[in-house]
Design a protein around this ligand. Structure first.
Ligand SMILES: CC(C)(COP(=O)(O)OP(=O)(O)OC[C@H]1O[C@@H](n2cnc3c(N)ncnc32)[C@H](O)[C@@H]1OP(=O)(O)O)[C@@H](O)C(=O)NCCC(=O)NCCS
Length: 146
């Protein structure tokens, strides 16, 4: 498995994985727009020529937000998300950023376990943040020295 920067060739596969993993998926067009945004950094995990996971972020004034992360159901529990987050933090730090924030559903136990393992801590809660189904969001954050 290797982790590389997202390019045009990955957009359709990311959109497919979004549809598979989320009730409210990003469209192919929205994902493609990230390629031309100077604020955005998206990484993909590739097994040979197959896209098996991705993570997307946006950064402003040294503070980064994780927009989304997903791993294909057939490739989960093999350390791919851990590798994506580790590489994302390294790449964000190399670009001068010092923190990473994200929202997660309190019911999403695998994702919360991943983030706790990666050193994120809860810093807040947004009531009724998610739709379909309606749920609060936990706000998690990790910071590092650059
Ligand atoms: C959350 C998700 C990205 C994890 O991907 P993954 O590649 O399977 O995760 P990893 O194999 O790298 O696991 C890393 C750590 O996360 C935790 N974890 C991952 N899946 C878990 C599960 N099903 N149950 C409990 N803990 C889990 C473990 O602590 C694991 O560390 P360990 O292997 O040393 O025990 C994946 O389940 C997914 O795509 N879910 C659907 C999309 C989603 O919910 N995204 C998050 C939105 S906020």
């Amino acid at each position: 498995m290797r982790i590389v920067l997202m390019d045009e060739s990955h957009v359709a596969a990311i959109a497919e994985l979004e549809k598979l993993c989320f009730h409210d998926p990003w469209s192919e067009k929205s994902i493609a727009t990230e390629l031309s945004s100077k604020l955005s950094l998206w990484l993909v995990a590739m097994e040979d020529d197959t896209l098996v996971g991705y993570v997307g972020s946006q950064s402003v004034l040294g503070e980064s937000d994780m927009m989304n992360i997903a791993v294909h159901p057939e490739h989960r529990c093999k350390g791919i998300a851990k590798a994506l987050v580790t590489t994302l933090v390294a790449e964000l730090a190399a670009r001068g950023n010092h923190s990473l924030m994200l929202e997660v559903r309190p019911s999403n136990a695998p994702a919360i376990a991943l983030y706790e393992k990666m050193g994120f801590s809860q810093v807040g809660r947004r009531p009724n943040y998610y739709r379909n189904p309606k749920e609060d969001a936990l706000i998690l954050r990790k910071e590092w020295h650059i």
